[in-house]
Design a protein around this ligand. Structure first.
Ligand code: ATP
Length: 268
C-alpha cells in the first residue's frame, strides 16, 4: 500500500510506515486533513515517551480491559485515524469484549462515514453503527458534528472506548455518566485529563496489547477485573507518564551531553 520505499534499516522506519498509511487513507477519503496534523502532535509525544509502551500505559491498558469486560453496553468509537491505523484490532477487541462499533467523526460526511464503514467491514466487522441517518441522537452540550450519535450505540453505552478523541466530547460523555477510555499520546490533553481511564500510548501499540490482555483476562474470574479496577488510580497513572517524560528529558540533558532519544536507546 505504501507509495514510497521505506528502507527497513532507517532509524525511523516504523514511524514513516505509519505516516504513509495515514497519507494513503487520506487519499482514499478515510482520514481528514486535520487528522494528519493531529497525528503529528501525537508523534511528538511518542518521541518523548521513547516510542514504546511504558509500564504505566500497560497498567492503564489492564484497567481498560477490565472495565470493558465488566461493561453492560460497551461501544468502540471510531474516527478516520483509528480506522486507518487499527481497523483489525478494533474488530478483534469488539469480538472479545462484546462491544459495538460506532463511527463518530468531527468532520462528518456520508462519504467518509461509508469509507470508514467499508474499511471496518473489510477487517471483519458485521455491524457498524453511526452511519448517516443512524446517528440520529445528540449528545447534549456539544456543538461539533461529534454530538451526533447512534441511539443503539454511544447514546445508551455505559463504557465508551474513544481512541484519539477530542476533549469536549470526552467531557460531555463523562457528564452523561459514561465511563470513557481514551488512548492519547499527549498526557496533557483535555481528553487525557477528562477520561475515566487514559492510556498514554500510540494507538498502534495500545490496541493490539488491549486485545491480548482482554483475551487473557476474559478467561479469569470477574473478581480479577474488579480487583484491577479497585487498584487503578487514573490521576496517579497520568502523573506517572508526565514524570517519566520529565525524567527522560533530564537524563538526556544531563552533564551537558545533550543526547537524542536515539542515543538514549543505546547509551542510557
Ligand atoms: P484535546 O481536545 O483533548 O485537548 P487536542 O486538541 O490535541 O486534544 P485533537 O487535535 O483532536 O485533540 O487530537 C489529537 C490528539 O490525538 C493529540 O492529543 C495526539 O496526542 C493524539 N494522537 C494522535 N495520533 C495518535 C496516535 N497514533 N496514538 C495515540 N494518540 C494519538
Amino acid at each position: 500500500m505504501t507509495s514510497i520505499k521505506i528502507q527497513p534499516e532507517h532509524p525511523r522506519a516504523e514511524s514513516l510506515r505509519i505516516r504513509e498509511k495515514l497519507i494513503e487513507h487520506y487519499k482514499e477519503g478515510v482520514v481528514a486533513s486535520a487528522g494528519l496534523i493531529a497525528h503529528g502532535r501525537g508523534e511528538a509525544f511518542d518521541y518523548l515517551l521513547g516510542e514504546k509502551t511504558t509500564k504505566h500505559a500497560l497498567n492503564a491498558i489492564k484497567a481498560a480491559a477490565a472495565i470493558l469486560l465488566t461493561a453492560e453496553k460497551a461501544v468502540i468509537s471510531v474516527n478516520g485515524n483509528t480506522a486507518a491505523l487499527v481497523a483489525e484490532e478494533v474488530v478483534r477487541l469488539a469480538n472479545v469484549v462484546k462491544a459495538k462499533i460506532e463511527v463518530n467523526l468531527f468532520y462528518r460526511s456520508l462519504e467518509r462515514e461509508l469509507a470508514i464503514k467499508e474499511l471496518l467491514e473489510k477487517a471483519g466487522a458485521y455491524e457498524v453503527l453511526g452511519i448517516g441517518e443512524d446517528a440520529s441522537a445528540k449528545i447534549p452540550e456539544l456543538g461539533s458534528e461529534r454530538r451526533r450519535v447512534d441511539p443503539r450505540g454511544i447514546l445508551v453505552a455505559d463504557v465508551v472506548l474513544v481512541p484519539l478523541e477530542d476533549g469536549d466530547r470526552t467531557e460531555a460523555l463523562v457528564k452523561m455518566g459514561k465511563k470513557v477510555i481514551a488512548i492519547d499520546l499527549n498526557p496533557l490533553s483535555r481528553t487525557a485529563r477528562k477520561a475515566t481511564i487514559t492510556i498514554v500510548d500510540n494507538v498502534v501499540r495500545a490496541m493490539p496489547k488491549l486485545v491480548e490482555i482482554a483475551e487473557k483476562l476474559k478467561k479469569q474470574d470477574v473478581k480479577k477485573c474488579n480487583e484491577i479496577l479497585l487498584n487503578f488510580d487514573t490521576k496517579k497513572n497520568l502523573a506517572e507518564s508526565i514524570t517519566l517524560i520529565k525524567e527522560k528529558l533530564s537524563k538526556l540533558a544531563e552533564k551537558g551531553k545533550c543526547l537524542t532519544l536515539e542515543d538514549e536507546k543505546h547509551e542510557l
